[in-house]
Design a binder for this molecule. Structure first.
Ligand SMILES: [Zn+2]
Ligand SMILES: [Zn+2]
Length: 291
């Protein structure tokens, strides 16, 4: 395979869809993690555990030039190989994980009940109200991440994952592929919707499949204006979970000025103060006010 030409995406998937090739990638990843950035042919072969040299070599050579790079007599993962290794380790391609539903802190923004429940089905992490059956926050979370965090603070891990995803999106960078995101406002809801606002920010990657509809408040959570507003009043904004910020998810705190101006104003209440932030469709802050 010529290494200077990109291979078609469907061929790339075929490459990792074979046990021996997936095992080669995982073995190189283990080495990479332990500081062994490249591996000799014989070491790699014995660790993968394939006796038949012809068969092993055939599969290894299939990966060279894309997921694996050959460096003199040794082999190492390319960047694409490390991404594939993360997807394999995250269980994105092959794993299913069971998680018993459990109640979580926070009140429902729809009915106000303290009846929030965490469930995990089909790679989707979901916080819903069991009283009015409204989904408050949901997004894909890799099965491997559930397995890795289930005995620790799973809610906190998901919260960080979702918020860093939102933070990247809000700055126009695709959290999946790093490509450029196009942003706008729309009355589209997503299914099921996140938050109960009428107008959402639309996010579409110009390069990959990534798209989403999120309340503007959700995307403002990690903005320096909001983070410092909390910090200066003695609060670390990370000490609450994303589904606990009613102002970020609810239309009560969102004022829409469109279509004539395409601006959305969000009110962020904290103790006796209120911060108001107005953003335009490209998510530039056009006005701030404190009360
Ligand atoms: Zn409810
Ligand atoms: Zn993308």
């Amino acid at each position: 395979m010529p290494s200077d030409e990109p291979i078609p995406p469907e061929d790339a998937f075929e490459l990792v869809g074979n046990d021996i090739r997936a095992s080669i990638i995982q073995t190189l990843q283990e080495g990479f993690k332990n500081g062994e950035r490249k591996m000799s042919y014989s070491s790699l072969k014995s660790r993968v555990g394939v006796r038949d040299s012809g068969r092993f070599n055939y599969h290894l050579q299939q990966l060279v030039g894309y997921f694996v790079e050959k460096d003199q007599a040794a082999y190492r993962l390319s960047y694409a190989g490390r991404k594939a290794a993360s997807a394999i380790a995250g269980g994105t391609y092959n794993e299913t994980v069971e998680l018993e539903s459990r109640s979580v802190n926070g009140a429902c923004l729809n009915c106000g009940d303290d009846a929030l429940e965490l469930t995990y089905n089909d790679v989707e992490f979901d916080i819903s109200c069991t009283n009015c059956e409204t989904s408050i926050v949901h997004m894909p979370f890799p099965p491997g991440a559930i397995a890795s965090h289930r005995d620790g603070d799973l809610e906190a891990a998901f919260d960080r994952w979702a918020r860093s995803w939102n933070m990247l999106s809000s700055t126009g960078v695709c959290p999946e592929c790093g490509g450029r995101m196009e942003m706008g406002f729309a009355e589209e809801q997503g299914d099921p919707a996140i938050g109960n606002v009428d107008v959402r920010c639309t996010l579409n990657c110009t390069q990959c499949w990534m798209s989403g509809y999120l309340p503007v408040g959700c995307l403002l959570l990690e903005h320096p204006l909001v983070v410092s507003f909390y910090w200066n009043r003695g609060y670390d904004i990370r000490s609450s979970f994303i589904w606990e910020f009613e102002w970020a998810l609810s239309k009560e705190y969102q004022e829409v000025h469109r279509p004539e101006k395409d601006l959305i104003k969000i009110s962020v209440p904290l103790d006796d103060d209120e911060l108001q932030i107005t953003v335009d469709e490209s998510f530039e802050v056009v006005n701030t006010d404190k009360r």
